[in-house]
Design a protein around this ligand. Sequence first.
Ligand code: SF4
Length: 714
Amino acid sequence: MALGGFHSIAYVLKKARQAGGLRALLQAMRSSNACKTCGLGMGGQRGGMVDEKGSYPEFCKKSVQAMVADMQGAITPAFFEKYTIAQLSGMSSRELESCGRLATPIIAGPLDLNYKPISWDDALQKVSNTIKHTDPDRSFYYFSGRSSNEAGFLLQLAARLRGTNNINNCSYYCHQASGVGLTSVTGSGTATVVLDDLKRCDLIFLIGCNPASNHPRLLKSLIEIRRRGGKVIVINPMLEKGLCNFKVPSDWRSLLFGSKISDLYVQPNIGGDMHLFLGIIKCLAEHDGIDNSFVQDHVDGFDAVLEQANGTTWETIVSRCGVDKSVIENVATTYMQSSNTIFCWAMGITHVRGGVDTVRMIANTAIARGMLGKKGAGLLPLRGHSNVQGMGTVGVVPSLKGAMASAIEKELGVTLPTTKGFDTMAGMEAAHRGEVDFVLCLGGNLLGSNPDTRFSMNAMSKIGLVSYMSTTLNQGHLLGRGSETIIFPVLARDEEQQVTTQESMFNFVRRSSGGKARHEGPRSEVDIIVNLAKEAVGIIDWEQFKNFDSIRELISRCVKGFNKNEEHQIEGRTFHTPVFATDNGKAKAHSVSLPKQQQVSNNKLRLMTIRSEGQFNTVVYEEEDIYRGQTRRDIVMMNEDDIASLRLRKNETVTVRGATGELKVLVRCVSITKGNCAMYYPEVNQILSHNVDPESFTPSFKGEIVEIIRRVNT
Ligand code: SF4
C-alpha cells in the first residue's frame, strides 16, 4: 500500500484547525520565509512552499508540524505556578511541545520546585554577569540549526572575543562524519550537487536514510527520476514502506495511483555499508567497470582503493555487510548502466563508528565511475535541520582557522583564541568533570540529543548556569538544568522584524523576510546576543549589529562566497567539472580502516536508533509512526527469525539492556536484517554509551550491541 497521499492531506487539514484555520496556516506557509524544518530547503524570497527551481507547491507534513507548533498560544506565568519541574519532567516530548509558545523569560534555581518568571533586564543581567565573570574556557556554547546565520555568526563571534573556542553546533551528532569525509575527498565538506542535478541523474542511491519521513519532498524527485526511466537503489537495514511506495499529494498521478520508489532494496547489517561499497567497487574492478581515464586524470590515491578491494575476499565482504554477493553484483550492474548517479546518505552512515571512512568509501564508489565533477552526478548528504549547514558556514565550529579567522581578525582588529575548543561530547565530559560553569544554548535540546542520559543529566547538573534561547518547552529545559537555569523566549524566523538567512543542503542561501510576532514577549535572538555581548564582552561596537544588514556585511567579508544582498548559491562547493577544492585540484580517494566484525549471538543484537514520521530531531509531534504502522514508541523492532530464536512473542514485554541502562519495551516484528534491531530516539538514549567516533566525535547512535532479555512470568 502506498503511504502519504490522502492521509497526509487529512492530517494537514487537522493541523490547520489547530492553527486557527486553513487560511491562517496557508498564509503562514506562503510567507516569504525559509521552511523551518529540514535541510532540503523550501521558501524564501520566492514565497513559501517554493523550491530552489521555483517549483510550487512544495511542502510536507513536517513543515506544517513545525509551523503549527509556532502558531500555538502563549504559555502564561500561571502555567509555571501550576506545574512543578518534576511534573513537567514527567511529560513526553510531544506533551511539552504542545504546552504552547514560551513568552516570558523564566528562571529556576537549585532549590526551586517551579520555574518562575524573571524580567528581561534581570535575566539578561544575570547571564551577562556570568559570562563576564566565568573563566572563558569553563564556558560552552551550543547552537542548533533552527537559528539564523546572523544569530549564529554573532554568538560565535561573541564567544571567541570573550576568549573561548568552546563553540559547536548540533551537527556533531548528525553529519559531522559527512563534513570530515567529504573535505578529505573534494576539499569541501558539503554536497557536490545542486537541486537541478536531481533532474539530470538516472540513478540515485539512498543510503542509510529515510527521506519518506525525514525529507519528504525528496520523494517527488525520486518519482520523477523513475518516470524518466531512471532507477532508485535503497540501502537500509530496515525495510521502510515509505521508500517502497508513496503517494505524493502535490502530484495527481501519484496521489491517485501511488508511486513505486525503490527499484532495488538492499538490507545490510547496521554498520555494514563500508564493506558493501567495497564489494561494489570490487565488482566494478572485476567487470571492467572502472572509469580509468577519469581516475587517472582527476583522482589521487585510487590505486590503494583497488588494492584494498582486490585484497578483501568475497567471504569477508559478504559476512561483514550481510548482503549476498549476487545482490552486490546486481547493484554494481545497475550502477554500471547509469550515466549519471547521485549518492545520498544520512545518519545510517554518519551515526556508526567509522562513519567518516564509510563516507569516503561511498565517495570512492562515485569516483570509480567518474560520478564526481560533472552535472547530474555527485555526492549529497541529506542534512537535518533547515540551517544546520549554515551554522558551519558562518563559523559555528570549535577552533576557527584559515581564511575566515584571518578575515575576522583583520576586519575587526581583534585576535581570536587558538585553543582547540570542545566538540559537543568533549563539552559534556568536561561538564561531568565539573569543569564547566556556564552553558549557553542557541536553540536545540542539548540534553535530549545526548546518549547516556544519566551521564548527561549528571553533567548538566554540575554547571553553574545553563541558559537556553527557545521557542517552546523541551525535556532539556527540565532534565538538562544547571544549578540555575534561565530560558529566554525567542521569535521564530517568520516573526523576526528584519531579514535573516538560512542555507540549504544544496549550498543555497535563502532570505527569510520575517513577519509579525505572534506573541508579546519573545525577542529576536540577535537582540539578546547583542545585549549580552555589549555587557559581557565589549571590545567591538555590538550595537551596530542590531541592524542585521551589518551582520551580513561582516559575514560577506569573512566567509568566501556569502552574498549579503540576495539569495544565492555559495560558490566553490558545487563540482560540475572535475576540478576540486584540493591543493592540486584532484579528488582524493582513500583506502580505509575496515571495521572488525561485531559479534551478535544468542540474545545480542546490533541496535539502530531511528526517528518516526511524526518527529523532527528530538521533537516528537505525534506518538504514532504511521509509515511503520506503530502506535507507540516504547518498542523494539526485530527480525522475525530473531524473535523466534529467542522464543519471544510479538508484543511481549522484554528488557533491552544497553551499555548504560535498560528499557522495558514491547517486541514488534519488522523487516530488518537478522541480528539487528531498531528503537526510537531520543528515548533510547537512556541505554547508549557516550563513546564517540575518533574522527567525527559523533556518538554511536547506531551499531551498539544490546541484549534482549526475556522477562519471566510477565
Ligand atoms: S522537505 Fe524539508 S524543506 Fe521541504 S517542505 Fe518538507 S521539511 Fe520543509
